[in-house]
Design a protein around this ligand. Structure first.
Ligand code: SF4
Length: 665
């Protein structure tokens, strides 16, 4: 019998796409086969064929998105892709997916899903339009209503002129909390329903970690969930997953949430659905009482937890059984008013046997349910007694949040993500510490996993320099800011601006910025003075500009080319031990006999530093200087762990070497 050639498996098909002369080199004029990319694609293909978990650290320039998208598409299975940032999500959907659609001879569909709050809720628009509440007269209502009749997606990003932080948007957003699900008269036209249906029919579903975690957190709630079941998942920028999971798998009551609820009840009253005058008055009195009690409650909470060093209106303070003691009495009043509202609204709900269709819109049922949920969460938060959670009060602008966050998310990530799919790929440019994946495996509850590390495609030996100043004061001393300011001035003179100066706190940013501004005239951009995207655009377009920024610019920011030629970091980015979540994690490690500094604080800071320094070289032609001004990098034993983890650029200690580097064109 003639020998039948073996059909190429997924790994074989994938390899053909990446080889010289393959589909990618035919479709992309600049394509060059890269060994690291092909290896990663082969390892991902293996997961899609055989299941399991793969941890893949892919250094900058590897081309990791195509390395997982190609086998994902060729696998003919539904694959969920989750990214840490919106930028990467957009790059995949608007750039990589069209590229692969043209390059691969394989028909496939892809859906880009944002968080529910990005979409307009048609039912809330109807209620506002029919009602007579103050929000019904908002100037933005007619604009949003008219657009909602013509848009295909319902995504607010289409309304480019809408202010980013428009408070009115929260009145019309399709949030899970305000949604009434199947009972909604607009259910079949609803943009979220349609997005969910599109995703359920798609081969590739692209989400971000925020939606991934929010969705998993409301999975018990039949109409909150929007992400369809997928056989496989790729978690890109996986180093961010722990943080995002911590935000979504907790509980929170805030001034904002109570006010949002109060306004929804008022809108329901104003919609005319409550027919008797006495019922209307009773409900309105209930809302007024809730507002009064909430005001007293949050005033008490703020009084008991406010400290003196609030920076930029943001602060998180640990809450305990004792610190919450004085708030319990007034919280009981608030819980009482929620009880009354829950009961009063339930009485108005249409009676309904299991076979009946509801005889009236079930907003009232949803509002009654929400009152009960808020009350139950309030009681849970005030007990502050579950050792799996850390309780804290967060001040943000004028809002006050009482929160409980899980101290350890590893089980949650395992149960709600890893165990729900056949295979998972977790990838990032920064996943290892000291050359091993142990840290990230421990934090994310990953047991058995395949591992692969792919070095950066960039030649740091020739493309970059790491400058560590020879003498600097202790970073905790008052002299540090002046010395750091001096170093920044000297570096910027040599790089001619074109730099990110990244800080670990606003206080340091302000001190150093003040010193530098007096000495140099380069255009200076400062985080917080404009939205992030606008600052980045200005930075790219303004020659010789300098950007002063803190945490949100340490990752997910891409500036290719000469505009960014220097990245300066003031201090090693240790998470503040006064932060409630960090301190609770430190205590938990100590309680089990571990060494929190070595096991948690140093690895976390190493990953953050790697991300910050990774902003510099984004292309093979990029050149530039990395500078870390913190002397602990050289003087402390753990400094060696940092040096071993940063990009392998030549290390220099004098500014002449920096000058020579920039003088080579
Ligand atoms: S289903 Fe929910 S989100 Fe969609 S229109 Fe109705 S209430 Fe709004």
């Amino acid at each position: 019998m003639p020998e039948v050639p073996a059909l190429p498996g997924l790994a074989g098909l994938t390899a053909q796409v990446f080889r010289a002369g393959g589909a990618l080199s035919q479709a992309l004029p600049d394509y060059e086969p890269r060994a690291g990319q092909a290896e990663m694609a082969a390892r991902v293909a293996d997961v899609f064929e055989n299941g399991g978990v793969l941890l893949a650290e892919a250094g900058t320039g590897t081309g990791k998105t195509l390395a997982y998208l190609v086998p994902a598409i060729l696998s003919r299975q539904r694959v969920l892709i989750s990214t840490g940032t919106k930028n990467l999500q957009e790059q995949i959907y608007f750039k990589d997916i069209p590229t692969l659609r043209a390059a691969l001879d394989v028909p496939f569909t892809a859906t880009y899903m944002k968080g529910r709050a990005n979409y307009v809720c048609l039912h809330r628009i109807d209620l506002l339009s029919e009602g007579n509440s103050p929000q019904s007269h908002d100037v933005f209502l007619p604009i949003i209503r008219d657009w909602s009749k013509t848009t295909d997606t319902g995504d607010r990003a289409e309304l480019e002129d809408l202010p980013e932080d428009l408070p009115f948007w929260s009145e019309v957003a399709a949030t899970a909390e305000a949604c009434i699900g199947n009972d909604c008269p607009r259910y079949s036209e609803c943009f979220v329903t349609r997005m969910r249906q599109r995703a359920a029919e798609s081969d590739v579903v692209i989400v971000n970690h925020h939606l991934l975690c929010a969705d998993a957190a409301v999975r018990q709630n039949a109409f909150g969930e929007v992400i369809p079941a997928c056989a496989y998942a790729v978690v890109d920028e996986a180093h961010q997953l722990e943080d995002v999971a911590t935000q979504y798998f907790g509980f929170s009551i805030s001034t904002y949430r109570i006010e949002d609820y109060a306004r929804d009840v008022e809108r329901f009253i104003a919609s005319g659905s409550v027919t008797t005058r006495s019922a209307q008055m009773e409900l309105q009195q209930g809302v007024d009482r809730l507002r009064d009690h909430a005001r007293s409650f949050f005033t008490e909470v703020a009084f008991a937890h406010r400290s003196n060093d609030r920076v930029r209106g943001e602060e998180r303070v640990r809450a305990t059984d004792q610190s919450l003691a004085h708030t319990r009495e007034v919280a009981a009043y608030m819980a009482g008013s929620l009880d009354l509202l829950e009961g009063g609204l339930a009485l108005l709900a249409p009676s309904r046997s299991p076979d009946d269709e509801p005889s009236a819109p079930s907003d009232v049922v949803a509002l009654s349910r929400r009152a009960g949920e808020i009350r139950d969460e309030l009681r849970f938060l005030l007990r502050a007694g579950d050792p799996a959670y850390v309780y804290f009060v967060e001040f943000r602008g004028k809002s006050v949040f009482l929160r409980a966050s899980p101290i350890d998310v590893s089980e949650i990530v395992r149960d709600l993500l890893l165990d729900r799919v056949r295979g998972t790929v977790l990838t990032s440019a920064t996943l290892t510490v000291d050359g091993a994946f142990d840290y990230v495996k421990g934090r994310l509850g990953i047991g058995q996993a395949e591992e692969v590390r792919l070095a950066s495609e960039f030649d740091y030996e020739s493309q970059a320099l790491l400058y560590l100043p020879p003498r600097m004061p202790d970073p905790r001393s008052p002299e540090f800011a002046l010395a750091a300011g001096h170093q920044v001035i000297e570096l910027l003179k040599r790089s001619q601006g074109r730099a990110f100066v990244l800080f670990t706190s606003y206080a340091s940013l302000r001190s150093v910025q003040a010193i530098v501004e007096m000495a140099l005239e380069y255009p200076m951009l400062v985080q917080g003075t404009a939205p992030r995207s606008q600052l980045l655009k200005q930075f790219r377009e303004t020659p010789n500009s300098v950007l002063f920024a803190t945490s949100s610019f340490w990752q997910g920011v891409d500036v290719v080319g000469e505009a960014l030629s220097c990245v300066i970091v003031d201090k090693l980015p240790f998470a503040s031990p006064s932060d409630p979540v960090t301190s609770a994690r430190i205590e938990a490690i100590r309680a089990r006999g571990g060494e929190p500094f070595d096991e948690y604080q140093v690895p976390l800071a190493i990953l953050t530093l790697q991300q910050g320094l990774g902003r510099l070289i984004r292309h093979r032609r990029d050149r530039g200087v990395l500078a870390v001004l913190d002397p602990r990098m050289r003087t402390k034993g753990y400094g060696r762990r940092f040096i071993a983890s940063v990009p392998p650029a030549p290390v220099v200690h004098n500014l002449d070497a920096v000058e020579r580097f920039f003088s080579i064109v």
